[in-house]
Design a protein around this ligand. Structure first.
Ligand SMILES: Nc1ncnc2c1ncn2[C@@H]1O[C@H](COP(=O)(O)OP(=O)(O)OP(=O)(O)O)[C@@H](O)[C@H]1O
Length: 582
């Protein structure tokens, strides 16, 4: 039963976003790595201020001199101050690594996102490019490019970044493929979010942990490869770099063995710190959540074409709906269905009879390959949905058509707090301010019977029960005050003890908001509970339609009779009937 709300709901101090810095700074390994990296980066950036000597000034008495004898860390083979050169070299080496990393990230992550999310032609092109780059021997290509492009190590680092990008591409593409069919991504689509927003919000969040860890490793590799090239003598001899210093020290290793330690240790420390920091950040972001809460532009209300004659009676008018797949399978055959304003229509039938395919056709969310065949027509408030451009259809979803899925847990993104998942569509679709959206989300949670809205708002999906999760999704579905609510087996995944409560809530909301509802179910008990009319579906066809009471009292079609009997007898197993489209 719904528990009364005992305290007023406020919007203050709700953790809509949580920073990463604080948790990272609690990790001792991260603190150590960050400290070392900060010292190296800062010292390199401030080289002109803190270096005691010019990196190019020579002193003959300091050639291969030991530490402390004039120069802090000694002199190199040309009599230059090793300490000052280390500082100046850091700027050049770190810049080279940053260039390679930025190029690899920009190319790899972007192409991986597009390829994984959209698939098809884009996937083919990007996949081909990645395979080609990976087939090339990196060092040989870099050496050849060095010859062609001249002595600028930065140009080589741009090329190295391109060569590294397939690593990010494959990583990101794989992650996107794994999550793009998650129900919470479908739920985000249904709530009216655009593709860029879904990618930026739900998909990017999933890929960022592996990208961060890979980025730290790649930055280390870039430093090592760059230093290796310079150690081989490639690079501008006039520009101090850690690799160039390594080469100079190696040449004089028998005269001044200690000189090789300074650039060697600096490179090793930098690379190790990068990798350790990446690991620590990855651990933290897997446990935390943060969000970009840039205020989206309110989307325009869809201007629907003139209404039809029967507008008063039918809000949703499906005619001759057929759904097919590339394999040749036709899973829905010529369905006709009307959902009138303010009524609850139950779409009932056995598993596999085509109920979900019908509902998803209305939502425009058929699985990949699913298409409407022939003269299929779906009119919503007079507008032909099948011909509506995707952007207009997206606005329609979430605003005028709400959707409640079957499995509440899978439809909530595990990375985000419950409140954020309600606030986001309210801001994106309804254009509310952050504060107004939070207040509205809390009031919705209260309305759907969540006992402690503020606590649930701040909870992650795994911290709430299935029944609560379904209430949260119901709150999200009605947040746009839709004209039509499509509920696909909304109680199937729930404990029997909460099923009745959820049905009661749906009926209450439906009456309160005056919504029409298309309720997909295989259970005549649910139909009896809250539906006004019912359409019975078998093997992709509607075999019988009517008002609930007369149809229950006098079912005409043998399939309807069988379904009813099995519901009433409950324990008697159903025998599958031959299709009879009478
Ligand atoms: N992606 C797909 N490709 C090909 N056929 C599919 C696809 N998705 C569903 N189908 C087929 O469409 C038919 C109808 O499926 P649908 O999910 O609409 O049934 P349903 O009545 O909603 O059943 P359930 O209650 O089990 O969800 C089934 O035979 C199913 O195998």
């Amino acid at each position: 039963m719904t528990q009364p709300v005992t305290q007023p709901v406020g919007v203050e101090n709700l953790p809509v976003r949580r920073g990463l810095l604080r948790p990272v700074l609690r990790n001792p390994l991260a603190i150590g790595a960050l400290a070392v990296l900060s010292v190296i980066v800062l010292a390199s950036l401030l080289a002109p201020l803190i270096a005691p000597h010019s990196p190019t000034s020579l002193r003959l008495d300091q050639i291969n001199a030991g530490p402390g004898d004039g120069y802090l860390l000694g002199g190199d083979g040309a009599g230059r101050d090793i300490f000052s050169r280390l500082l100046y070299a850091g700027r050049n080496t770190l810049l080279g690594a940053a260039i390679a990393l930025s190029v690899a990230l920009a190319l790899g992550v972007l192409s991986g996102l597009l390829s994984g999310y959209y698939g098809g032609f884009l996937d083919g092109i990007f996949g081909w490019g990645a395979n080609l780059l990976m087939a090339l021997p990196t060092m040989i290509v870099l050496l050849a490019l060095f010859q062609a492009l001249g002595s600028s190590i930065y140009l080589s680092m741009v090329a190295f970044g391109v060569m590294l990008s397939p690593g990010f591409y494959r990583l990101v593409r794989g992650q996107v493929m794994a999550v793009k069919h998650e129900l919470y991504v479908d739920a985000a689509r249904v709530s009216g979010l655009s593709d860029p927003r879904i990618i930026g919000r739900h998909i990017l969040l999933v890929v960022r942990a592996p990208v961060v860890i890979q980025a730290s490793v790649v930055a280390g590799i870039a430093i090592v490869v760059q230093s290796g090239l310079e150690f081989l003598g490639l690079g501008d001899p006039a520009t101090p770099t850690w690799g160039g210093m390594l080469q100079d020290a190696f040449t004089n290793i028998y005269t001044s063995p200690i000189a090789i330690w300074w650039p060697g240790m600096t490179i090793a420390l930098t690379v190790a710190s990068l990798v350790l920091l990446g690991n620590a950040i990855r651990d933290v972001i897997q446990r935390t959540t943060s969000s970009s809460t840039r205020l989206p532009k309110p989307q325009p209300v869809v201007a629907l074409p003139p209404v039809l004659d029967d507008r008063e009676s039918a809000l949703l008018r499906i005619r001759n709906l057929s759904v097919g797949y590339p394999s040749g399978a036709e899973v829905v055959h010529g369905v006709d269905l009307d959902v009138r304003r303010g009524e609850v229509l139950g779409l009932v039938g056995e598993s596999g009879s085509g109920k979900t395919q019908t509902a998803f056709s209305v939502l425009g969310l058929l699985p990949p390959g699913g298409t409407l065949l022939g003269s299929s027509s779906i009119q919503f408030d007079g507008a032909e949905l099948a011909r509506l451009p995707e952007n207009e259809r997206r606005v329609l979803r979430g605003r005028r058509i709400g959707y409640i899925p079957q499995e509440p847990m899978s439809n909530l993104d595990p990375c985000f707090r419950v409140g954020q998942q309600l606030v986001e569509p309210l801001r994106a679709v309804a254009g509310l301010s952050k504060r107004a959206a939070i207040a509205e989300a809390l009031s919705l949670l209260e309305r759907v019977g969540i006992p402690e809205p503020r606590r649930t708002f701040a909870a992650y999906p795994h911290e709430i029960s299935g029944g609560m999760a379904q209430r949260v999704l119901i709150a999200g579905a009605v947040s746009g005050k839709p004209d039509l609510l499509i509920a696909d087996e909304p109680t199937t995944a729930l404990d029997v003890t909460v099923q009745a409560d959820v049905l009661e809530l749906l009926r209450d909301l439906q009456t309160e908001f005056g919504m029409a509802m298309l309720l997909v179910t295989h259970n005549f008990g649910v139909v009896a509970d809250i539906c006004d009319r019912v359409a019975v579906m078998q093997d992709g066809r509607i075999v019988e339609t009517g008002d609930v009471r007369p149809l229950f009292a006098d079912p005409r079609h043998p399939y309807t009779k069988s379904l009813l009997e099995s519901t009433l007898e409950d324990s008697t197993p159903r025998t599958r009937l031959e299709v009879n489209h009478a």
